[in-house]
Design a protein around this ligand. Sequence first.
Ligand SMILES: *[C@@H]1O[C@H](CO)[C@@H](O)[C@H](O)[C@H]1NC(C)=O
Ligand SMILES: *[C@@H]1O[C@H](CO)[C@@H](O)[C@H](O)[C@H]1NC(C)=O
Length: 566
Amino acid sequence: MSVFSELRIILSGIGFFVWCLSSGKVSAADQPNIVFIVADDLGWNDVGFHGGNQIPTPNIDALAYNGIILNSHYVQATSTPSRTALLTGKYPFKLGMQGSSFLPADKRSLPPGMLLPDHFKALGYSTHLVGKWHLGYSKWNETPTFRGFDHHFGFYNDFTSYYDYLTTWRFNDKDYTGFDLHKDGVPAFEETGKYATDAFTDYSVKTIEEHDTSKPLFLMLAHLATHAANEGKPLEAPQETVDKFGHVEDSNRRTYAAMVSKLDDSVGRLVEALDRKQILPNSIVVFVSDNGAPTVGPLGRNWGSNHPLRGLKDTPFEGGVRGVAFVYSPLLVQAARVSTDLMHVTDWLPTLYSAAGADIGLVDSDLDGIDQWSTLAYDLPSARNDIVINLDEKTRNAALRFYNWKLIVGANQNGSYNGYYGDIVLNDIEEQTYNTSAVLNSPAGKVISKVNYSPLTEVEYEGIRKSSTITCLDPKAKRNPCDPADGSLCLYDIPSDPCEENDLAKFFPSVVRRMKRALVDYRAVLVNQLEEGTDIENADPKLFRHTWNPWSGCSSADCQVPTPDA
Ligand SMILES: *[C@@H]1O[C@H](CO)[C@@H](O)[C@H](O)[C@H]1NC(C)=O
Ligand SMILES: *[C@@H]1O[C@H](CO)[C@@H](O)[C@H](O)[C@H]1NC(C)=O
């Protein structure tokens, strides 16, 4: 054991003591600033800290190694349900928000109720959403600035394009195209031509620079990256960045690599901005992907990779729901480690609320999220031992984690994507190696070395990377393939079989029974999913200066953005 790790343990003891003393109310000046970064459709294997060499992500890796890599962090399998879970702290199936993600001109929207930013506003925070919303916009009061965010710069739909911000939706063989980039509800035409990842980063950096530090900051940066854009031109990145990836054989994967690289630059720039503003020591940076990458198939394929995990976006397998995630903060006493404690995306609301010194239980006792702050900061035991991964009364797909077990019943997409697809994009023209020194020397790495009392060594980085890399069962181990699409119940022991290769249902019938019963109990409190339907006739961008705009409850002549206070 190194002197540093002993020091960390001693400090953690002190931290625990301080925590016990201070677990009452925290004063406003002590409330941490929160920067919550959501990547879109980023694959498990598309970050360096999970073991991939193909796409260097030095800024992301520097934060991850110095923070806590959350390797059992579960999300929902698609965007709208995942963002619902994050912002409500509740399972989507309790709100009718399970099922398909919203489409442009969708009639559906997130039901009313306090959201995460509302709770932080009540604690005195200034709240900002930059980037994607995707929780409904038929009426103004369903848009971000009416749902807890002081400001929103970004888009309403599932995606837009990276330079011209046009979103095209095909319905009944007709294309509907509209501009989807707004600043507090007003179309931001002036940003046209600027690469989306840069535009969102510039705006976020400015938000940090101009932030009034007498208040704490909650900034959610929900990137467009690395979602695919419109058909015909799904992947876009600056050519100079694409040119850095000449070693990647597949040209689509090469552009995707550049999209990831721009996302990584963004993370570095945010950390530098927090440092320049001198608020990093009291900040928490969270990074999550909303779901796994759509590696193959028709659903917005982006050429990401979930290797070596099974499945992809919109499947209940680990490749769909075990999202890339980490948290970095100087406030985490027990950091520089890989956590395999179960965590669900609903946990962030109570966890961050607790980090802000408040108890969400006093405000809302009906959450599915669990406060994990002391688990994260002090490595205390986690209170979570199960996660409902999916419960969908229409597809009849359900999946549950219970301690080490995972049970899958039924399938999404008719089970068309229940296999392994992570490798098909990994061909390199020349072999790549991992550059640890590039991590240390990245913008984020340099800032961290400056604020850390004991900067990690390259050897420590490599050790953490190794323990963060998943290896599947030994190929010689007996395999028991199982496909829930054919009606089988598939049971996996995830810690020993993270790639879901060895079905244990017939060996542990009592576990299967118990988990099925738990799902039946959850089914009893399911709210039927909101009725799907489009309002494209009334929402046609042609009626709104060729923009996607709220359309319901106002006529196109007077559908301007109202003031949030009105
Ligand atoms: C699933 O099967 C149904 C009925 O056979 C079919 O209509 C649908 O297109 C299939 N979906 C996929 C994603 O294969
Ligand atoms: C690794 O990164 C450093 C910069 O941090 C660079 O100087 C060095 O050339 C890189 N090594 C390789 C093998 O690319």
